[in-house]
Unconditional design. Structure first.
Length: 150
């Protein structure tokens, strides 16, 4: 059974594994361990309610993930609320790709950003992710992309 849901504290060990696999797939291979740092970061972000991590599970296993991180910026004409949504940690395990999971997570992220009164979404895209985000409606700006919510 496939399910889209918000991640919980109990999911943190699996989220850490997904994040490390994402970095590995993106060819970042430094000789440092960040498991403990990532675990602490997820817990702190969940505690502060500044991160909403979505997961798609198949038979209870997390196979796809993505997050909305709320950033507070000074309000401006282009960001009247000053609330910006950063799309982070978009990752789908290789054997589960091409099933529309990234789109489902992006829809959940977008809907959550609207609920939280964000003005825009932005992200840094990998070469592989750019076509997915562009198809969803993100605009390309050099190495980052944005999506207007208002």
């Amino acid at each position: 059974m496939t399910e889209l849901r918000k991640a919980t504290y109990e999911d943190i060990p699996a989220l850490v594994k997904c994040r490390i696999q994402q970095l590995d797939d993106e060819e970042e291979h430094p000789d440092i361990k960040i498991d403990e740092t990532l675990s602490k970061w997820f817990k702190e972000m969940f505690d502060r309610d500044e991160l909403v991590q979505f997961v798609i599970t198949e038979d209870g296993e997390i196979v796809s993930t993505g997050a909305l991180q709320i950033l507070l910026m000074p309000p401006s004409f282009f960001k009247p609320t000053g609330r910006i949504g950063y799309v982070a940690s978009m990752y789908t395990k290789k054997e589960y790709r091409k099933r529309g999971y990234a789109k489902k997570i992006l829809e959940a992220v977008r809907d959550e950003a609207v609920k939280r009164d964000c003005d825009k979404l932005f992200l840094e895209a990998s070469v592989w992710g750019m076509p997915v985000y562009e198809k969803f409606g993100f605009e390309i700006h050099d190495s980052w992309m944005s999506y207007s919510l208002k």
